[in-house]
Write a protein that binds this ligand. Structure first.
Ligand SMILES: [Cu+2]
Length: 340
């Protein structure tokens, strides 16, 4: 099967970018049968719940998607499954990536026609317009669901905010092209320490990378739990996944004969940052919640009203970190993709 292609959100044809937005709007407007929440909202709930998951036999809830090495594989699986959900309403659509190293304003990507402006160094939150305007778009495209307006479900709101807003006083953006290239080539071998540790840490929490990108957008994007309420989330994480896939390719080329599994720490390797094993959910052979098949004994530390929004994944095979290392071949019906 041909690979799906994820493209640069600022330079891809306008019509293809619109297809992505259309798929988001259709998922957001389509209610889960018998429920008041949408197919899109279910994916926000998954992200809301990953912050606190107890694995079988574990004494405490852990963040299984962030703040440790499983951050990249968990989001790869999550974003890919969301992409397949988009394809169920708009066949062939893929998630564009936000090319971080560009001057954000003015740019095509942050125009009202694409993902709408982000407001640099804006002290106050401003409403997101365009297709996401609270009253709906001024001139709806032909495919627009009649009367639809983008709203945040009460269960998924932060501070009772029902509409998308952006704005932040943070101004540590963008990274330079050279900075991203250096992340993609990061190689700091220390005896007994897999280079992935330093790479992951730099990409999730380093200067002008994942965390900073969330924070400079502000609004829902700056909320660690419910950031997928803003569709810009998917573009942000598409780029993060691209950086990881390029780093993986560079590591393979730098160590001829090595495998992708060589470039993720073995399950027994302790963190060079704290001397401890990563929590369950972050080790190479661990299941990726909520794709745990029928394995019993998981529980979630989130409000019941959010937990009831979770999609039912009990019929899909369990997925492990080692299963998601190759974007060209994810297996289990997830196909593969590549980046331009
Ligand atoms: Cu996340």
């Amino acid at each position: 099967m041909a690979l799906d292609v994820r493209k640069n959100a600022a330079t891809m044809p306008a019509g293809e970018f619109e297809s992505f937005l259309k798929a988001c709007v259709l998922l957001k407007s389509q209610l889960v049968p018998g429920q008041t929440f949408s197919l899109y909202d279910q994916w926000v709930a998954v992200h809301g719940c990953i912050m606190g998951v107890k694995s079988p036999g574990s004494p405490s809830f852990m963040n299984m998607g962030h703040q440790n090495i499983g951050f990249l594989p968990w989001h790869r699986e999550y974003v890919r499954r969301f992409e397949l959900a988009l394809q169920s309403v708009v066949p062939g659509v893929t998630i564009p990536y936000w090319p971080w190293p560009m001057t954000p304003e003015p740019s095509v990507l942050f125009s009202s026609d694409r993902i709408h402006p982000i407001f640099f160094s804006s002290m106050t939150l401003q409403d997101v317009g365009g297709l996401f305007a609270s009253a709906g778009p001024e001139v709806p495209p032909a495919w627009w669901p009649a009367g639809f307006q983008w709203r945040i479900r009460p269960e998924l709101q932060v501070g009772g905010a029902p509409i998308l807003r952006r704005g932040s006083s943070v101004d540590t953006w963008p990274p330079t092209p050279a900075a991203i290239t250096s992340v993609e080539n990061l190689n700091s071998p220390l005896p007994g320490v897999n280079t992935y540790w330093a790479f992951w840490n730099r990409l999730e929490a380093g200067v002008r990378t994942h965390n900073a990108g969330h924070n400079i957008v502000g609004g829902y994007m700056a909320n660690p739990v419910l950031s997928p309420n803003d569709p810009l989330f998917w573009l942000h994480h598409s780029f993060i996944d691209r950086v990881w896939s390029r780093w993986q390719a560079n590591r393979l080329a730098g160590q001829p004969g090595s495998k992708l599994t060589s470039h993720y720490p073995p399950p027994t390797e302790v963190s060079p940052f704290n001397g401890q094993l990563p929590p369950v959910g972050h080790r190479r052979d661990d299941l990726l919640w909520p794709w745990v098949g029928t394995t019993p004994g998981y529980s979630v530390n989130a409000p019941d009203k959010v937990q009831v929004m979770l999609p039912n994944f009990s019929t899909v095979p369990g997925r492990r970190i080692r299963d998601v290392l190759d974007i060209a071949n994810l297996g289990a019906g997830l196909g593969g993709y590549r980046y331009t």
